[in-house]
Ligand binder design. Structure first.
Ligand SMILES: [Zn+2]
Length: 193
């Protein structure tokens, strides 16, 4: 009985981790982050940032593709190996696919999404135009909002989600935090991304 439980949870945890591989690892490669200040510093709102938001959105949806791995292994395991283990793999991977697809049709968005990229682009456009907040407008994305570095005005009231930079809180704590939040912004004091 306990062994069945253990195998089920091993499968569930494994499926959870496999489906988060693209989001947890791909954007955190060093060469991918050289144009950004180190985490958790504010990020200048430029073309690189807008592109990064779109990339993070892609990694979020890539999880569905990666769900094929635990679904396949789960199926093999159900048929030929440990049934609880395969069932664990299937439950979590299947749930991820279902919840993302139903969420998509319900209008639920990824932590980083296209509308967010468009709002950031709009901030850029205004800062470059005559309607800018000040003469040296420098929009920076801080933890809770986009602010002008020169005059301090809030340009966009949008908390910053995880943008794939290597975490300042270290590999393990950063990993745990990302697993728990799934990249959504944390609003508590002193938290970031
Ligand atoms: Zn300003």
């Amino acid at each position: 009985m306990w062994i069945d439980f253990f195998e089920f949870f091993s499968g569930a945890i494994m499926a959870y981790l496999i489906t988060r591989i693209p989001y947890l690892t791909f954007p955190r490669v060093k060469s991918w982050n050289e144009q950004f200040p180190p985490h958790p510093g504010p990020i200048y709102v430029d073309a690189h940032l807008v592109q990064r938001v779109l990339h993070m959105r892609m990694f979020y949806w890539l999880a569905i593709v990666f769900a094929i791995i635990p679904l396949t292994f789960g199926w093999i395991s159900l048929a030929h190996g440990s049934a609880p283990f395969g069932f664990g793999l299937w439950t979590v991977a299947g749930w991820l696919v279902l919840s993302r697809i139903t969420g998509f049709f319900a209008g639920e968005e990824a932590p980083c999404n296209k509308q967010m990229a468009m709002r950031l682009q709009q901030v850029r456009n205004i800062s470059d135009s005559e309607d800018a907040c000040c003469a040296f407008a420098q929009p920076m994305w801080e933890v809770t909002s986009v602010k002008c570095k020169s005059c301090g005005i809030v340009l966009l009231n949008e908390p910053r989600p995880d943008l794939g930079r290597p975490r300042s809180d270290g590999w393990i704590m950063g990993f745990v935090r990302l697993i728990l939040t799934d990249g959504k912004p944390i609003m508590a004091v002193d938290e970031e991304e």
